[in-house]
Structure formats: C-alpha cells, structure tokens
Design a protein around this ligand. Sequence first.
Ligand SMILES: C[S@@+](CC[C@H](N)C(=O)[O-])C[C@H]1O[C@@H](n2cnc3c(N)ncnc32)[C@H](O)[C@@H]1O
Length: 323
Amino acid sequence: MTNFDSAWSDFWSEGNLSSLNTTFDDGYDGSIKQMWNDSFVKLDDNARLLDLCSGNGSILKLAIEFCQTNEKSLELNGIEAAKVSESTIQELKESHQGIFNFYSETKVEKFVSEKQYSLVTSQYGIEYTDWSETLPLVANLLKQDGEAAFFIHTDSSIVYNIAQDELVQFEKIMSLKFFVALKKLVREMGDLTRPEDVEKLKQSKKADKYRNDVNEILAQLQELAGAYQNANIIYNCFELVNAIMKDKKQESAKDKEVFIKKTQQQLEHNAQRLQNMVDSTLTRMQREEFINMAKSAGLELTFSQDVLEKGFVVGHQLKFNKS
Ligand SMILES: C[S@@+](CC[C@H](N)C(=O)[O-])C[C@H]1O[C@@H](n2cnc3c(N)ncnc32)[C@H](O)[C@@H]1O
C-alpha cells in the first residue's frame, strides 16, 4: 500500500461520505447532484453503471437516491483502490433494490470484467489513475451506445486553491516543528495529578522555555492564519494546545503525548491526500492531453464544461461516447 492509499483508507474508514467532507459533509448536493442525475436519467431500466475511484460510494449513493425517487432499477458497481468503510458500503447495498457490487482495494488498472456498462462514471477519480491504462479499459467496458462521464479536478477550481493554501499551512506547521515543541513541553510538564506536581512545574525553567517556544510558534501561525480565508489546518494546532492544556489537563503525560501523535498523524494523512489531489489536478493543457488520449483509446468527446457551485468552479465535466 502506498502512502496515498493508506491516507485514503484512513479517511474513508472514518466514514466520510465525500472527499470534500467540509463542503459536502452529507454527500454531494447542488449542481454536482444535478449533473449526475442528468446522466442517470438517460439510462434504461436495469442498465449497468460502473463508478471508478468510488471512495465511500458517494456517486453510487446519488444513483440509489435517483432510483428510489424515479422508481428505476439500475445495476450499480464501484471500484476503489483504498480500503473503505465496510459499514457505509453495506448500508448502501442494503438501501438499493437492485444489484450492487463494490470492489474495494482494487485498482481500476487491474479491474477485469466480462460485462459491458451503459454508464462509466468517475468523480475526482480517473485523473488520479494511469490514463494510458484506464482510458482504453473504459472504452472496452463501455457498451456501444454507452457514455463515460467524468468530473475532474481543474486548476481553476476553488477546491484546488483551498488545497494549495492548506498545504502551505501544513508545511509551515512542520517547518516550525510545532509538534516537536509541544511534545517536549508535555514531557517536561509530566503528570499533574498531585498539588506538588503543579508546584514543581512552577519552578521548572525548562518548562518555561518550552512553553515560550510553543507560544512563539503559535504566534507565527496566528499571523499566517490571517492571510487565509480558510485557515482550518492552522486552527487544528490551536485546538490541540487547548485540548492538552484544558480538557486533557488531568490526563497523564504519556496519554497526552499519544493524543498529540494521533493528531499529527491525521494532519500528515490529510496533507498526503491534499498533495495527491494537487498532483492529480489537470491544467487546461493536461485536460487536452487527457481528451486526446481518450480519443486514441476510442472515446469521442461530446461535452466539456466547468461546473460551478455557489458561484465557484468546483471541477470540470467531460463526457465521451464510444467512437
Ligand atoms: C478524491 S477521491 C474521490 C472519491 C469519490 N469519487 C468521491 O467523489 O467522493 C479519489 C479516490 O480515488 C482513489 N484512487 C486513486 N487512484 C486509484 C486507482 N488507480 N484505482 C482505484 N481508485 C483509485 C483514491 O483512493 C481515492 O479514494
């Protein structure tokens, strides 16, 4: 498993429904939902849908809702490289009336199927894969009159801009050695269960120094936070210090350290996912390359448009027919 796979596995196992969990915490909505419904509505009853890079099945969830609202039956299939939340996928399966297959820990490049599909979808997904393998595979898996509909990351989107800002914040936190400084302070503070522990701490010059180090780092982070509309990554650090000094004050130094390490790991995984996304985001020229490669694989472009949510570009939609 690569770092990226395990970062995604951790994220999906937490039960997140979408990769943009701060914007769409209960699954996708608005123009994204509408865009997918426009694809589902063209499908005949019992048509087969294959969703690539499914995460916790957010597109399949939309398809299930669509089937329920429109009394339609579709065969739903999803593929995802990472480990996903079994309970989330099980819930989806149980809520669907028709056939439902989910292939987790399966790379699209390795997917083998005898079946052909009327609709192949991918949301913020296919751009992460090896196009030289996945585009010919999509062309092979599509029925002659089928459609491939991809919603991909574009460098003009707000999602991309926020990810870049968050990565700068993350780099700053790491370069200032925030976690190292906080761990040193917690170790020096020791357990604070008895009144004499607190007295001892008051006399400790080392603790004073480490406290100053942490405060200086927080001051620098506070200054940086002012430059961003979304400074969530930095605010994680403030929340962590707050938790250690207040809510968890009575806990042992060891437990506090475990908590710091866990928070650090979550932040590192978050940064790995953001980096993975930034690296996979397509510029206009890369999109042209993708379209040309699809053409060589036997897919003809029928639609290409930015998708907006509340006035902001959130991605680019591409649709292909089999040529
Ligand atoms: C940004 S998430 C999108 C997930 C989902 N489509 C959604 O919109 O919520 C990208 C997903 O692609 C998966 N992925 C990346 N490369 C893949 C590959 N080669 N085969 C299958 N899944 C892959 C990642 O593990 C990650 O879960």
